[in-house]
Design a protein around this ligand. Sequence first.
Ligand SMILES: [Zn+2]
Length: 136
Amino acid sequence: MKNLYRDRRWLQKQYCQEKKTLKEIGEICDVKESCISKWMNRFSIPTRKKNKFQPKIIDWEYASYIIKHYRVKKRLELSKPLKCPICNKDKKLELSNKDHKYREDIDDWQYLCHKCHYIYDKTTINNSIKCIIRFK
Ligand SMILES: [Zn+2]
């Protein structure tokens, strides 16, 4: 098993077809990741970029409306109330930004049901265009 990584075809199959990482291949062969990397270079097998599957972290002020909602949602998920704090009904809740400035401060956001969110936005924004994103 140990010298398998010295076989170009085997290595290529593990990496390109089975989508294993260098680390995983190293574990199979009982060698370090750097060793696999060296052989990958030797065989000129192009390596995937490490951060390819990781989402880019964008500074808050450059993040889009959707990303901002998504980030806030992730942070508020655990404190999501069961009922709408305004009508006290057990409805599906969505995130609403209190002052429509979309700041990163989580105290600026609240969970409301669709109806209350609509009313809230209507009464807090004067004739401005609003969009409501519902999260399931
Ligand atoms: Zn409500």
